[in-house]
Design a protein around this ligand. Structure first.
Ligand code: AMP
Length: 308
Protein backbone atom coordinates (compact mmCIF):
# COMPACT_ATOMS: atom_id res chain seq x y z
CA UNK A 1 0.00 0.00 0.00
CA UNK A 2 1.34 3.45 -0.89
CA UNK A 3 2.00 5.93 1.89
CA UNK A 4 0.46 9.37 1.71
CA UNK A 5 1.54 12.13 4.06
CA UNK A 6 -0.96 14.99 4.38
CA UNK A 7 -0.41 18.36 5.99
CA UNK A 8 -3.04 21.09 6.24
CA UNK A 9 -5.55 22.71 8.52
CA UNK A 10 -7.95 20.76 10.69
CA UNK A 11 -10.47 23.41 11.49
CA UNK A 12 -13.75 24.83 12.60
CA UNK A 13 -15.69 26.33 9.69
CA UNK A 14 -18.77 28.54 9.75
CA UNK A 15 -20.39 28.64 6.33
CA UNK A 16 -23.15 30.68 4.74
CA UNK A 17 -24.60 29.74 1.37
CA UNK A 18 -27.85 30.87 -0.33
CA UNK A 19 -29.37 27.67 1.11
CA UNK A 20 -28.54 28.12 4.76
CA UNK A 21 -25.84 28.70 7.29
CA UNK A 22 -23.94 26.65 9.83
CA UNK A 23 -22.37 27.41 13.16
CA UNK A 24 -18.88 25.99 13.79
CA UNK A 25 -18.61 22.62 12.06
CA UNK A 26 -15.74 20.31 11.16
CA UNK A 27 -13.62 21.66 8.32
CA UNK A 28 -10.05 22.27 7.28
CA UNK A 29 -7.97 21.47 4.23
CA UNK A 30 -6.36 18.33 5.71
CA UNK A 31 -9.74 17.06 6.85
CA UNK A 32 -11.19 17.18 3.34
CA UNK A 33 -7.99 15.83 1.78
CA UNK A 34 -7.93 12.93 4.26
CA UNK A 35 -11.59 12.03 3.74
CA UNK A 36 -11.10 12.00 -0.04
CA UNK A 37 -7.86 9.99 0.13
CA UNK A 38 -9.54 7.42 2.38
CA UNK A 39 -11.47 6.28 -0.70
CA UNK A 40 -8.24 4.67 -1.94
CA UNK A 41 -6.03 1.87 -0.65
CA UNK A 42 -3.45 4.11 0.93
CA UNK A 43 -1.75 4.36 4.26
CA UNK A 44 -2.45 8.02 5.06
CA UNK A 45 -1.41 10.25 7.95
CA UNK A 46 -2.30 13.86 8.75
CA UNK A 47 0.16 16.33 10.26
CA UNK A 48 -1.74 19.23 11.79
CA UNK A 49 -2.69 21.05 14.98
CA UNK A 50 -5.92 21.72 16.88
CA UNK A 51 -6.82 23.34 20.19
CA UNK A 52 -8.26 21.79 23.32
CA UNK A 53 -11.68 23.00 22.12
CA UNK A 54 -11.65 20.50 19.24
CA UNK A 55 -14.23 17.71 19.78
CA UNK A 56 -12.83 14.20 20.16
CA UNK A 57 -15.62 12.85 17.92
CA UNK A 58 -14.10 14.76 14.96
CA UNK A 59 -10.72 13.11 15.50
CA UNK A 60 -12.46 9.75 15.96
CA UNK A 61 -14.15 10.23 12.60
CA UNK A 62 -10.78 10.61 10.85
CA UNK A 63 -9.43 7.60 12.70
CA UNK A 64 -12.43 5.51 11.67
CA UNK A 65 -11.45 6.28 8.07
CA UNK A 66 -8.09 4.62 8.81
CA UNK A 67 -6.21 7.90 8.79
CA UNK A 68 -3.25 8.03 11.17
CA UNK A 69 -3.94 11.04 13.41
CA UNK A 70 -0.99 10.61 15.78
CA UNK A 71 0.66 13.70 14.28
CA UNK A 72 -2.34 15.97 14.89
CA UNK A 73 -1.06 17.93 17.85
CA UNK A 74 -3.59 19.03 20.48
CA UNK A 75 -2.48 22.26 22.16
CA UNK A 76 -3.55 22.49 25.80
CA UNK A 77 -5.65 25.62 26.38
CA UNK A 78 -5.35 26.48 22.67
CA UNK A 79 -8.07 27.41 20.20
CA UNK A 80 -8.52 25.61 16.88
CA UNK A 81 -8.04 27.39 13.51
CA UNK A 82 -11.33 29.02 12.52
CA UNK A 83 -12.56 30.08 9.10
CA UNK A 84 -15.84 31.77 8.18
CA UNK A 85 -17.00 32.15 4.60
CA UNK A 86 -20.04 33.40 2.71
CA UNK A 87 -20.88 32.32 -0.83
CA UNK A 88 -22.41 34.56 -3.46
CA UNK A 89 -25.57 33.50 -5.26
CA UNK A 90 -23.75 31.77 -8.12
CA UNK A 91 -21.73 29.69 -5.58
CA UNK A 92 -18.62 30.17 -7.72
CA UNK A 93 -17.21 32.93 -5.56
CA UNK A 94 -17.11 33.57 -1.85
CA UNK A 95 -15.96 36.11 0.69
CA UNK A 96 -13.82 35.10 3.61
CA UNK A 97 -15.40 36.79 6.64
CA UNK A 98 -12.90 35.55 9.23
CA UNK A 99 -9.62 33.65 9.39
CA UNK A 100 -8.38 33.09 12.95
CA UNK A 101 -5.09 31.23 12.92
CA UNK A 102 -5.13 30.52 16.68
CA UNK A 103 -2.94 27.42 17.35
CA UNK A 104 -1.75 27.46 13.73
CA UNK A 105 0.17 30.69 14.40
CA UNK A 106 2.94 28.88 16.36
CA UNK A 107 2.74 25.42 14.85
CA UNK A 108 5.94 23.38 14.34
CA UNK A 109 4.95 20.22 12.47
CA UNK A 110 6.53 16.88 13.38
CA UNK A 111 6.43 14.18 10.69
CA UNK A 112 6.02 10.71 12.26
CA UNK A 113 9.09 8.47 11.78
CA UNK A 114 7.16 5.85 9.79
CA UNK A 115 5.89 8.44 7.27
CA UNK A 116 9.29 9.97 6.48
CA UNK A 117 9.47 7.62 3.48
CA UNK A 118 5.99 8.38 2.07
CA UNK A 119 5.73 8.06 -1.69
CA UNK A 120 3.38 11.02 -2.00
CA UNK A 121 3.32 14.18 0.12
CA UNK A 122 0.20 16.32 -0.09
CA UNK A 123 0.92 19.79 1.25
CA UNK A 124 -2.58 21.13 1.87
CA UNK A 125 -3.46 24.69 2.55
CA UNK A 126 -1.69 26.23 5.55
CA UNK A 127 1.33 28.40 6.28
CA UNK A 128 4.00 27.84 3.57
CA UNK A 129 6.76 27.61 6.21
CA UNK A 130 4.94 24.63 7.74
CA UNK A 131 4.68 23.08 4.27
CA UNK A 132 8.42 23.61 3.77
CA UNK A 133 9.30 22.11 7.16
CA UNK A 134 7.40 18.93 6.25
CA UNK A 135 9.41 18.57 3.02
CA UNK A 136 12.66 19.06 4.97
CA UNK A 137 11.78 16.28 7.40
CA UNK A 138 11.39 13.61 4.70
CA UNK A 139 14.15 11.02 4.84
CA UNK A 140 13.67 9.59 1.37
CA UNK A 141 12.81 11.72 -1.62
CA UNK A 142 9.06 11.34 -2.27
CA UNK A 143 7.95 10.23 -5.73
CA UNK A 144 5.69 13.26 -5.78
CA UNK A 145 5.16 16.41 -3.73
CA UNK A 146 1.85 18.18 -4.37
CA UNK A 147 1.09 21.64 -3.00
CA UNK A 148 -2.22 23.39 -2.62
CA UNK A 149 -2.53 26.96 -1.39
CA UNK A 150 -4.83 29.95 -1.46
CA UNK A 151 -4.94 33.75 -1.76
CA UNK A 152 -4.65 34.21 2.03
CA UNK A 153 -1.03 32.97 1.93
CA UNK A 154 -0.25 35.01 -1.19
CA UNK A 155 -1.42 38.08 0.75
CA UNK A 156 0.30 37.23 4.04
CA UNK A 157 3.38 35.09 3.31
CA UNK A 158 4.26 35.47 -0.37
CA UNK A 159 8.04 35.11 0.05
CA UNK A 160 7.70 31.88 2.03
CA UNK A 161 5.15 30.62 -0.49
CA UNK A 162 7.45 31.30 -3.46
CA UNK A 163 10.22 29.52 -1.57
CA UNK A 164 8.25 26.32 -0.92
CA UNK A 165 6.82 26.31 -4.47
CA UNK A 166 10.37 25.82 -5.79
CA UNK A 167 10.50 22.42 -4.10
CA UNK A 168 7.25 20.83 -5.29
CA UNK A 169 6.38 18.75 -8.35
CA UNK A 170 2.70 19.66 -8.66
CA UNK A 171 0.73 22.72 -7.62
CA UNK A 172 -3.06 22.71 -7.43
CA UNK A 173 -4.52 26.17 -7.40
CA UNK A 174 -7.79 27.78 -8.44
CA UNK A 175 -8.10 30.07 -11.45
CA UNK A 176 -8.31 33.36 -9.52
CA UNK A 177 -5.34 32.39 -7.37
CA UNK A 178 -3.29 31.43 -10.43
CA UNK A 179 -4.01 34.89 -11.84
CA UNK A 180 -3.12 36.58 -8.54
CA UNK A 181 0.15 34.64 -8.27
CA UNK A 182 1.33 35.42 -11.79
CA UNK A 183 -0.45 38.63 -12.84
CA UNK A 184 -1.48 36.79 -16.01
CA UNK A 185 -5.15 36.70 -17.01
CA UNK A 186 -4.78 33.85 -19.51
CA UNK A 187 -4.61 30.56 -17.63
CA UNK A 188 -2.25 29.16 -20.27
CA UNK A 189 0.16 32.01 -19.62
CA UNK A 190 -0.38 31.70 -15.86
CA UNK A 191 0.48 27.99 -15.99
CA UNK A 192 3.64 28.75 -17.99
CA UNK A 193 4.63 31.37 -15.40
CA UNK A 194 4.02 28.91 -12.54
CA UNK A 195 6.20 26.28 -14.29
CA UNK A 196 9.01 28.82 -14.08
CA UNK A 197 8.51 29.08 -10.30
CA UNK A 198 9.33 25.36 -9.93
CA UNK A 199 6.45 22.89 -10.36
CA UNK A 200 6.66 20.61 -13.38
CA UNK A 201 2.91 20.06 -13.26
CA UNK A 202 0.29 22.76 -12.75
CA UNK A 203 -3.33 21.94 -12.00
CA UNK A 204 -5.76 24.83 -12.26
CA UNK A 205 -9.15 24.26 -10.63
CA UNK A 206 -12.08 26.11 -12.16
CA UNK A 207 -14.89 25.08 -9.83
CA UNK A 208 -17.99 24.00 -11.74
CA UNK A 209 -16.00 24.49 -14.96
CA UNK A 210 -13.62 21.62 -14.27
CA UNK A 211 -9.85 21.46 -13.99
CA UNK A 212 -6.83 21.80 -16.27
CA UNK A 213 -3.55 19.90 -16.01
CA UNK A 214 -0.51 21.49 -17.63
CA UNK A 215 2.89 20.02 -18.24
CA UNK A 216 4.88 22.35 -20.48
CA UNK A 217 2.97 22.32 -23.77
CA UNK A 218 0.75 19.38 -22.83
CA UNK A 219 -2.70 20.21 -21.52
CA UNK A 220 -5.46 17.95 -20.24
CA UNK A 221 -8.95 19.07 -19.28
CA UNK A 222 -11.46 17.34 -17.01
CA UNK A 223 -14.96 18.75 -16.72
CA UNK A 224 -16.83 18.93 -13.45
CA UNK A 225 -19.86 16.67 -13.40
CA UNK A 226 -22.95 18.80 -14.07
CA UNK A 227 -24.93 18.46 -10.86
CA UNK A 228 -28.58 19.26 -10.31
CA UNK A 229 -27.84 20.84 -6.98
CA UNK A 230 -24.76 22.31 -5.42
CA UNK A 231 -25.32 22.97 -1.76
CA UNK A 232 -21.96 24.05 -0.34
CA UNK A 233 -18.69 24.21 -2.32
CA UNK A 234 -16.50 24.39 0.82
CA UNK A 235 -13.72 21.86 0.66
CA UNK A 236 -14.27 20.94 -2.99
CA UNK A 237 -10.75 22.06 -3.90
CA UNK A 238 -9.22 20.07 -1.05
CA UNK A 239 -11.35 17.04 -1.84
CA UNK A 240 -10.16 17.27 -5.43
CA UNK A 241 -6.53 17.43 -4.24
CA UNK A 242 -7.10 14.52 -1.84
CA UNK A 243 -8.57 12.39 -4.61
CA UNK A 244 -5.72 13.33 -6.95
CA UNK A 245 -2.99 12.56 -4.40
CA UNK A 246 -4.79 9.49 -3.00
CA UNK A 247 -5.09 7.88 -6.41
CA UNK A 248 -1.44 8.57 -7.25
CA UNK A 249 -0.31 7.17 -3.89
CA UNK A 250 -2.38 4.03 -4.43
CA UNK A 251 -1.11 3.42 -7.96
CA UNK A 252 2.45 4.64 -7.25
CA UNK A 253 2.60 5.88 -10.82
CA UNK A 254 3.28 9.57 -11.30
CA UNK A 255 3.34 9.74 -15.11
CA UNK A 256 1.41 12.48 -16.95
CA UNK A 257 -0.99 9.82 -18.25
CA UNK A 258 -1.77 8.52 -14.80
CA UNK A 259 -2.21 12.08 -13.57
CA UNK A 260 -5.04 12.44 -16.09
CA UNK A 261 -6.86 9.61 -14.30
CA UNK A 262 -5.99 11.20 -10.96
CA UNK A 263 -7.67 14.42 -12.08
CA UNK A 264 -10.82 12.51 -12.98
CA UNK A 265 -10.82 10.78 -9.58
CA UNK A 266 -10.34 14.14 -7.86
CA UNK A 267 -13.17 15.76 -9.84
CA UNK A 268 -15.42 12.80 -9.17
CA UNK A 269 -14.93 13.00 -5.40
CA UNK A 270 -15.33 16.79 -5.37
CA UNK A 271 -18.74 16.33 -7.01
CA UNK A 272 -19.93 14.53 -3.85
CA UNK A 273 -18.39 17.02 -1.45
CA UNK A 274 -20.54 19.93 -2.68
CA UNK A 275 -23.84 18.08 -2.21
CA UNK A 276 -24.09 18.78 1.53
CA UNK A 277 -22.71 21.19 4.11
CA UNK A 278 -19.08 20.76 5.17
CA UNK A 279 -17.87 17.18 5.47
CA UNK A 280 -21.41 15.75 5.76
CA UNK A 281 -21.45 14.05 2.35
CA UNK A 282 -17.87 12.76 2.45
CA UNK A 283 -18.28 11.23 5.91
CA UNK A 284 -20.55 8.41 4.83
CA UNK A 285 -19.52 8.15 1.19
CA UNK A 286 -19.31 4.55 -0.03
CA UNK A 287 -16.98 3.20 -2.66
CA UNK A 288 -19.80 1.79 -4.76
CA UNK A 289 -21.36 5.26 -5.10
CA UNK A 290 -17.96 6.59 -6.14
CA UNK A 291 -17.52 3.91 -8.79
CA UNK A 292 -21.02 4.46 -10.16
CA UNK A 293 -20.41 8.17 -10.61
CA UNK A 294 -17.05 7.46 -12.20
CA UNK A 295 -18.96 5.62 -14.93
CA UNK A 296 -21.08 8.76 -15.46
CA UNK A 297 -17.89 10.73 -15.78
CA UNK A 298 -16.65 8.37 -18.45
CA UNK A 299 -19.91 8.71 -20.38
CA UNK A 300 -19.74 12.49 -20.09
CA UNK A 301 -16.31 12.79 -21.62
CA UNK A 302 -16.12 9.96 -24.12
CA UNK A 303 -16.68 10.58 -27.81
CA UNK A 304 -15.68 9.10 -31.14
CA UNK A 305 -14.70 11.43 -33.87
CA UNK A 306 -13.49 10.52 -37.35
CA UNK A 307 -10.31 12.32 -38.24
CA UNK A 308 -9.31 12.43 -41.91
P1 AMP B 1 -11.65 25.01 -0.27
O1 AMP B 1 -13.15 25.26 -0.31
O2 AMP B 1 -11.24 23.75 -0.93
O3 AMP B 1 -10.86 26.20 -0.69
O4 AMP B 1 -11.27 24.77 1.26
C1 AMP B 1 -11.99 25.28 2.33
C2 AMP B 1 -11.31 24.82 3.62
O5 AMP B 1 -10.05 25.49 3.74
C3 AMP B 1 -12.11 25.16 4.85
O6 AMP B 1 -12.49 23.96 5.48
C4 AMP B 1 -11.20 26.01 5.71
O7 AMP B 1 -11.14 25.57 7.04
C5 AMP B 1 -9.85 25.90 5.07
N1 AMP B 1 -9.17 27.20 5.00
C6 AMP B 1 -9.72 28.42 4.76
N2 AMP B 1 -8.78 29.38 4.77
C7 AMP B 1 -7.61 28.77 5.02
C8 AMP B 1 -6.25 29.21 5.15
N3 AMP B 1 -5.92 30.50 5.04
N4 AMP B 1 -5.30 28.29 5.39
C9 AMP B 1 -5.63 26.99 5.49
N5 AMP B 1 -6.87 26.49 5.39
C10 AMP B 1 -7.85 27.37 5.16
Amino acid sequence: MGKLLIVGTVAFDAIETPFGKTDKILGGAATFIGLAASQFDVDAAIVSVVGEDFPKEYLDLLEEKNIDISAIEIVKGGKTFYWKGKYHNDLNSRDTLATELNVLADFSPVVPENYKNSEVVMLGNLHPSVQKSVIEQMETKPKLIVLDTMNFWMDHALDELLDVIKHVDVITINDEEARQLTNEYSLVKAAAAIHKLGPQYVVIKKGEHGALLFRDDNVFFAPALPLEEVFDPTGAGDTFAGGFAGYLAETKNVSFNNMKSAIIHGSNLASFCVEKFGTERMKGLERKEVTKRLMQFKELTQFDIELQ
